[in-house]
Design a protein around this ligand. Structure first.
Ligand code: FAD
Ligand code: NAP
Length: 544
């Protein structure tokens, strides 16, 4: 980096131009603030820019996985499929940016590298990788919960002569696998989507599986125009119902009984009904105790195993694809289209990394511990992300007294409502750790956070005050609550990215808030009604 030069002075700097950054820009600009958004990518869209691998699509229904802030936008936009594919979601995001004239305040290809709170002027100084320094009163982090790819540290990877790809950094111009042997690592949501698509093109696909995942059929297809017309006639009410739901999803019918109170036949019928409807949320919410009671969960595990055995011809492959050793739903449940069928092809081979780990990557493929060599001209990593805290801690963020966020969060994230960190005034983390974020319809979670931030900033300005931050006591109480709620479920038992377990050395802490969108929303409303209880507005003495 060359010498630092001065950039813009604005009210708010926003990091990231995905769903979060764009809404923050729109909402805060409408409130009269001047903003600058920095985005590392060459285009806007965040997740939906980077993850342009074949098969990428949402797993929350398109009519809900979209902004709800504009009734006109809801009425005008036409989704073509129940679960829109990445190109359509990106087109939607670009439409929103144009419609609300957002692009003029977004600087692309610019990564924020550092942010320091200057107590002498109560402002943030933000450094970008173009060698410039910018200042703002507020810093809004919309850098993404799933935006920092995790690439396994495989011995010899640098010697590989072919192409190495990660689903979260897919080339914008696409990839031609025609005539190739391809090795795919990872069988989470991304792997399950990309594997059947690569199999259609390549000569041969070797899937290297470490842990089998629970996956439900997507049941995707074109949207029925009559259904859409009927939904649009009551869109505002529908959106409100989604806001008042557990996941931010108003379509799914949530079962309120125990899986253990019904006969085996009745339970099977209900699972079958929901499985046929498609959508992971339908199956996961069939009963109210699937994610909290081990015996109830075991009924779902048995059911999913029986479905995999029905779908996959080779019994040994089916056996390997049956998830075991952890409760269903405690890793993010996947949605599949043609995934299990892919294993019925002669040109797809499943390799169990637990029995045959990779000992070395060599120029023309992989060597396994059992002596096999897997030839490959491309390696695809569908190996996930340094989730939730990764994008925040990638930036050198310093709060009061030069305290680094990395130090403060060395044993796991600590904040209030997933939104503000004690000792880091005027820094907001949209869908931060300790908020429902990845355990909900994220567009809805983003809107709720951004609205809360906008209201708080307006309130602060109306009072003629300058800084707001989380109080230490409020932060401690929130962290305790987040952990308490998580430990009342089966989630913490499993090594998942929710627990930070996918990244070597990351603290083992349950990262999101599992209490649900509606209870979280109510808590936030109570905090606001009590005059922003737990937040310290400037003038109040602060101890971080
Ligand atoms: P992102 O979309 O991740 O955007 C963050 C942006 O910040 C990125 O563009 C990144 O380049 C930029 N950035 C990061 N650090 C910096 C920096 N230091 N400087 C400058 N720019 C920076 N959620 C759902 O609810 N339903 C779904 O169906 C769903 N499907 C998904 C599918 C995939 C493949 C993935 C990976 C995630 C999915 N998610 C889904 C989660 C998804 O990430 C969110 O729904 C949503 O898109 C997040 O928006 P965001 O703006 O918060 O973050
Ligand atoms: P992921 O869920 O973290 O899955 C990563 C996969 O890679 C897992 O199978 C993991 O195995 C494997 N893996 C990781 N490191 C490995 C290593 N060193 N060696 C071998 N295998 C390794 O990541 P993802 O699939 O990208 O999904 C991340 C999240 O993004 C999802 O959970 C979801 O929230 C979102 N997403 C959603 C959709 C959608 O349907 N809309 C699509 C894609 C992503 P282990 O399980 O053993 O760790």
């Amino acid at each position: 980096m060359g010498a630092i030069s001065c950039g813009r002075e604005v009210d708010v700097i926003v990091v990231g131009a995905g769903f979060g950054g764009l809404y923050a820009l729109h909402r805060l600009r409408t409130a009269g603030l001047e903003l600058q958004v920095f985005e590392a990518a060459e285009g806007i869209g965040g997740t939906w820019y980077w993850n342009c691998y074949p098969g990428a699509r949402c797993d929350v229904e398109s009519v809900e996985y979209s902004y709800s802030f504009s009734e006109e936008l809801d009425q005008d936009w036409e989704w073509s499929e129940r679960y829109a594919a990445q190109p359509e979601i990106l087109r939607y995001i670009e439409h929103v940016a144009d419609r609300f004239d957002l692009r003029k305040d977004i600087q692309l290809e610019t990564r924020v590298t550092a942010a320091r709170f200057d107590e002498s002027v109560d402002r943030w100084t933000v450094e970008t990788d173009d060698g410039r320094r910018h200042t703002a009163q507020f810093l809004v982090m919309t850098a993404g919960c799933l935006s920092i790819p995790n690439v396994p540290d495989l011995p010899g990877l640098e010697s590989f002569a072919g192409r190495v790809l990660h689903t979260g950094r897919w080339p914008q111009h696409g990839v031609d696998f025609e005539g190739q042997q391809v090795a795919v690592f990872g069988t989470g949501s991304s792997g399950i989507q990309v594997i059947p698509e690569i199999a259609r093109q390549a000569d041969h696909v070797s899937v290297l599986q470490r842990t089998a995942n629970y996956s439900m059929p997507a049941g995707n297809g074109p949207l029925d125009p009559e259904y859409v017309r009927e939904l649009k006639a009551r869109y505002p009410e529908h959106r409100e119902a989604a806001r008042q739901s557990f996941f931010g999803n108003g379509i799914v019918e949530v079962g309120d009984g125990s899986a253990l109170d019904v006969s085996d036949e009745e339970r099977r019928r209900e699972f079958d009904r929901r499985w046929a409807l498609g959508g992971a949320a339908w199956v996961m919410t069939a009963y109210n105790d699937l994610i909290v009671d081990e015996a109830a969960n075991a009924k779902l595990v048995d059911y999913v195993h029986s479905k995999i055995e029905e779908m996959v011809g080779d019994p040994e492959t089916a056996h390997l694809l049956c998830p075991t050793g952890y409760p269903a739903g405690t890793k993010r449940v996947c949605q599949h289209t043609d995934y299990y069928d892919a294993y019925n092809r002669d040109d797809v081979t499943l390799i169990d990394l637990r029995t045959a780990p990779v000992t070395a990557v060599v120029p023309d493929g992989l060597q396994l511990a059992d002596g096999r060599t897997i030839e490959a001209q491309s390696i695809v990593f569908a190996t996930g992300f340094d989730a939730i805290t990764g994008s925040l801690l990638a930036i050198d963020i310093q709060g009061r007294g030069g305290r680094q966020l990395r130090d403060k969060w060395a044993d796991g994230p600590r904040n209030y409502l997933g939104l503000m960190v004690a000792g880091f005034p005027n820094l907001f983390t949209v869908t931060g750790p300790g908020s429902p974020s990845v355990l909900s319809n994220m567009v809805m979670a983003i809107e709720q956070h951004v609205d809360l931030i906008a209201d708080l900033v307006i309130h602060l300005r109306e009072l003629g005050l300058v800084t707001v931050e989380a109080g230490k006591d409020a932060e401690d109480a929130w962290v305790e609550h987040v952990n308490e709620v998580a430990h009342a479920t089966l989630y913490p038992r499993t090594d998942s990215w929710y627990m930070g377990a996918n990244i070597p050395g990351k603290p083992r802490v349950f990262l999101p808030y599992v209490g649900g969108i509606v209870s979280y929303r109510v808590k936030c409303e109570e905090v606001v009604a009590r005059g922003y209880e737990g937040f310290l507005l400037s003038g109040t003495s602060v101890t971080a």
